[in-house]
Design a protein around this ligand. Structure first.
Ligand SMILES: [Zn+2]
Length: 403
């Protein structure tokens, strides 16, 4: 009997214990679900709080100890917040990589523009001219498709701070035509002509400041005041353009066809003289990028080093990027396939579309192949399977993160 009573007591205790365990388990599940929901919500609401991610990193391989990142492994950096000293007010960083799949080994489109006019006329050239209206429509399309502008300097340094999940793009303008940029005088003051590509970009920037107000203009100093023809001196035009955050690049003295030049000296003159004249117009102006006129290079490969650097009349020049004319999106500068001496550009659509222009490329520039930013210029984030595309020698002080 006692035994039985004991055993029924034991049974009751066992049932109670199981019941309590069940309740605890149920509460745990409920709590876990709630937390999971909150986590999900946090991921859906952009941007999540940036926590310092101390990820396994590939140290930059360098023979020069001075270039080794001066950073203790155990020193977490403060969370990234847009502050007074922040390079960008639009810094949006995300670390939920699996969700938005950043790929900073992907390609970056570098668009090449030439002429802009108010309206086409019957004799308007067909491939390299666009209207202001079409240009404005293009800006909207690019913005909607997630492209954000970076400068040539940022491209060269892979110093890319477009918002997380967006795609960097570079605008380049050749020949210094008035439709690209010119000044008008209003009430005794110089202003950017709204009927110019820069005027259109300024207007667009008021509405969509996160698109970026950037681009590089490749100029030929031999045409003198005909560059950005309009009001103001050439010096004032350069100053205003640079003050707006744009850049100036070398397009040679004389718009030379390099496949016709036969000596180092001729090449040095075409680049050094253009540099020299630019500095005469605006002291301190240094070109760091060259756009090859007609996309042509010397046939004799031993002459090509003079495109990169050289000296003319005691004036030294150094082109950190040399831009071609066709016809693909470019590899980023940290890619094993990057060649700074021949960087691909895509021509903007002209009056009539042609194969491999930007309109042709846009639907082909799929997320899988393009550079998608994590928002943090200090990190290079790539999917594990694409990590072999990163040249760790080119990372400098950036941290490689794979996921
Ligand atoms: Zn040109």
């Amino acid at each position: 009997m006692r035994k039985n009573t004991n055993s029924s007591k034991k049974n009751r205790r066992a049932i109670l214990a199981v019941a309590i365990l069940c309740i605890i388990a149920a509460i745990s599940v409920l709590l876990a679900n709630n937390l999971g929901d909150e986590k999900k919500k946090a991921q859906e609401t952009l941007p999540p709080v940036e926590t310092e991610t101390v990820m396994p990193t590939e140290p930059a391989q360098t023979d020069n100890p001075a270039e080794t990142p001066d950073q203790s492994e155990n020193t977490p950096e403060p969370a990234e917040t847009p502050g007074e000293d922040s390079p960008s007010d639009n810094l949006v960083i995300r670390t939920d990589y699996e969700v938005f799949k950043p790929n900073e080994a992907g390609e970056i489109p570098i668009v090449m523009f030439h002429n802009f006019i108010e309206a086409y006329e019957p004799n308007t050239e067909k491939e390299f001219t666009t209207t202001f209206e079409e240009f404005e429509t293009l800006l909207h399309n690019l913005y909607d498709q997630g492209y954000r502008l970076i400068s040539m300097r940022e491209f060269i340094d892979c110093d890319i701070s477009v918002p997380a999940g967006t795609k960097p793009m570079v605008f380049t303008f050749d020949d210094g035509s008035a439709g690209q940029f010119n000044l008008i005088e209003k009430d005794g003051k110089l202003e950017v002509n709204p009927k110019s590509a820069v005027g259109v970009m300024l207007r667009f920037n008021e509405k969509y400041p996160d698109f970026g107000l950037k681009g590089i203009f490749y100029v030929n100093m031999n045409i003198g005041d005909n560059t950005f023809q309009g009001a103001g001196s050439l010096k004032e035009r350069f100053e205003i353009l640079l003050d707006l955050g744009f850049e100036l690049g070398n397009h040679t003295w004389g718009h030379v066809k390099y496949n016709t030049l036969k000596s180092i000296e001729e090449i040095e003159e075409s680049l050094g003289k253009n540099q020299q004249k630019a500095e005469e117009v605006l002291p301190g102006l240094r070109f760091y990028s060259l756009a090859l006129p007609h996309g042509s290079r010397p046939e004799n490969k031993s002459l090509r080093s003079a495109l990169v650097e050289g000296t003319y009349n005691g004036v030294y020049y150094h082109n950190e990027t040399i831009m071609a004319v066709g016809a693909n999106p470019a590899k980023p500068s940290i890619s094993i396939e990057y060649n700074s001496e021949y960087v691909a550009r895509i021509r903007a659509q002209g009056r009539e579309p042609v194969d491999c222009d930007l309109t042709w490329w846009l639907p082909r520039m799929t997320d899988n192949r393009m550079f998608i930013s994590d928002g943090d210029p200090k990190t290079i984030v790539v999917p594990e399977e694409k990590s072999s595309q990163v040249d760790v020698e080119k990372l400098n002080d950036k941290t490689l993160i794979t996921y």
